[in-house]
Design a protein around this ligand. Structure first.
Ligand code: 5AD
Ligand code: SF4
Length: 491
């Protein structure tokens, strides 16, 4: 039985209660230590595979994990049966995300039996949950390594233990978190890069597990962020996306300087990188200075992802979002006034505990009023340890599904209408590559993050081109490459 084994050597249990503490302890900015001498060649002739679930933060963490593994000599593979180490970088935001990971782990058991030397690891948000770690210890004993979101920089040491130990190595800290600089990274794309500007979240929306799995809000120092972006510009990157669970809280934790997200964006604007995006915004901290800076445009694109979650003030209150429907709409009005062609997108949850039909209809009416270009819509999923999990999850599943469908119909109808308005217009596209569906077609994105497909020579990949939209659809825009230089349209 797993429970009778002694894991104390490695096991630092995740604890959701401890994870909730937001102490006065100063955030430390630490430098990534060199890979220990005896681990530098451990991956020679060996291959790694990282399977990433969830948000961009995880995608970017996987780039860091890949960077560390490559410094140890590992090379990448896309095939499970070729891999000497497989890491699942997991997401905990909804139950179905977790189910997928347990499904994959179940499937990988066979491979582990065939290849006992394979190192199988679980990291990311799920590993920060007590219940998940207990389940792994009980029922997935063939997993070799479990590490949390605060422990990525410790990977060389943890892997060393996993390689030489027969027992599961578990290291997850429920701590508030530090900032680790200079971690190696393997960026999977040569055009577009992600840059963390802050970590963690202190908002504690009642449905959300993130503040527990990602620790407290802590910002990277401005000079570290700006230097990283300058370096990316030098390397020829065309686009950066600034990442944080709540980017608008950037700088709130600085004690020595008064420097917030608006100031950072104003400085990033002066760097010679053609496009700058950011995600995700919380409406509460979205201040006037930021709107003013975004309105200067240049490399700051006209797209804002502004999660609303619900259109009902009562539901927003239960969610602890700390704004009302009216305050949200007022923010949207200010943004649209400053940037009339702005594209807004959002996240919405349906079926939150106690949500009535009328309250749901308020969400529908808000969506119609704001006219989002697209929205990520979710059915509420209770997360253990969050305040909402203690509320009665009383909206029946059929009602949740029906609401989701009605909401999606409204969202799609508006998306289609918005795209239709682009028919005949010429837009600027950063060409990313061949379309996934058809290698004869190229695809790329507008400044507003809309996907555009068009026919053109392959040498356009990596460049900015102009495309005339001929066939707008709900999710994508089909168009024709405009070879002659034309005046740029800010779309
Ligand atoms: N159930 C459903 N959706 C959730 N989200 C966060 N937590 C939950 C949950 N418990 C959604 C929110 C958030 C997005 C990333 O995921 O809409 O903005
Ligand atoms: Fe979760 Fe709310 Fe923080 Fe977003 S702002 S990560 S929804 S707690």
């Amino acid at each position: 039985m797993a429970t009778t084994k002694d894991y104390s050597q490695y096991f630092v249990a995740p604890d959701l209660k401890a994870a909730k503490k937001r102490g006065k302890e100063e955030v430390q900015v630490l430098q990534f230590e060199q890979i220990p001498e005896d681990m530098r060649h451990v991956g020679k002739n060996k291959r790694y595979l990282i399977q990433t679930y969830g948000c961009q933060m995880n995608v970017h963490d996987s780039e860091t994990i890949a960077g560390i593994l490559e410094q140890m000599g590992y090379t990448p593979t896309e095939h499970e049966y070729d891999a000497d180490i497989i890491l699942l970088n997991t997401c905990a935001i909804r139950e179905n995300a977790e189910d997928k990971v347990f499904g994959t782990l179940g499937r990988l058991k066979q491979l582990k039996l065939e290849k006992p030397d394979l190192i199988l690891g679980v990291c990311g948000c799920m590993s920060q949950e007590e219940s998940v770690v207990n389940r792994l210890l009980q029922s997935y004993q063939y997993v070799d390594l479990v590490f949390g979101t605060h422990n990525i920089h410790r990977l060389p040491y943890l892997l060393q233990n996993a390689l030489y130990s027969k027992e599961m190595v578990v290291e997850v800290w429920s701590k508030e978190g530090d900032v680790i600089e200079n971690m190696p990274k393997v960026r999977s794309d040569g055009l577009r890069a992600w840059v963390n500007i802050m970590y963690g979240c202190d908002k504690f929306c009642t449905y959300c597990i993130v503040p527990y799995t990602r620790g407290k809000e802590r910002s990277r120092r401005p000079e570290d962020v700006l230097n990283e972006i300058r370096e990316l510009a030098r390397k020829g990157y065309q686009e950066v996306t600034l990442l944080g669970q709540n980017v608008n809280a950037y700088g709130k934790d600085f004690k020595d300087i008064d420097y917030r997200f608006g100031d950072l964006m104003d400085d990033v604007r002066k760097i010679g990188i053609p496009r700058v995006r950011f995600t995700t915004s919380h409406p509460r901290d979205f201040d006037d200075h930021l709107i003013e800076v975004l309105a200067k445009r240049g490399n700051l694109v006209e797209h804002i992802h502004l999660p609303v979650q619900s259109g009902s003030t009562e539901v927003l209150k239960l969610m602890a979002r700390k704004y009302t429907r009216e305050q949200y709409l007022e923010l949207v009005r200010k943004i649209k006034q400053a940037i009339p062609d702005v594209v807004l997108t959002t996240d919405i949850i349906v079926g939150f505990p106690g949500e009535t039909e009328e309250q749901f209809e308020e969400t529908l009416s808000l969506v119609k009023e704001v006219e989002y270009d697209s929205a990520y819509t979710f059915i509420y999923s209770p997360r253990e340890g969050t305040p909402a999990a203690k509320m009665k999850d009383d909206v029946p599943m059929e009602v949740k599904k029906e609401r989701l469908q009605r909401l999606n119909e409204v969202v799609n109808e508006i998306a289609r209408r918005k795209n239709e308005a682009l028919r005949g217009q010429v837009v600027e596209v950063l060409v990313e590559g061949e379309s996934k569906k058809n290698p004869d077609v190229l695809s790329g994105r507008t400044r507003t993050n809309k996907l555009v497909n068009f026919r053109g020579p392959k040498h356009l990949i990596g460049r900015f081109v102009h495309v005339r939209i001929t066939e707008p659809q709900t999710w994508t825009l089909n168009g024709e490459w405009v070879e002659e230089p034309v005046a740029q349209v800010g779309v």
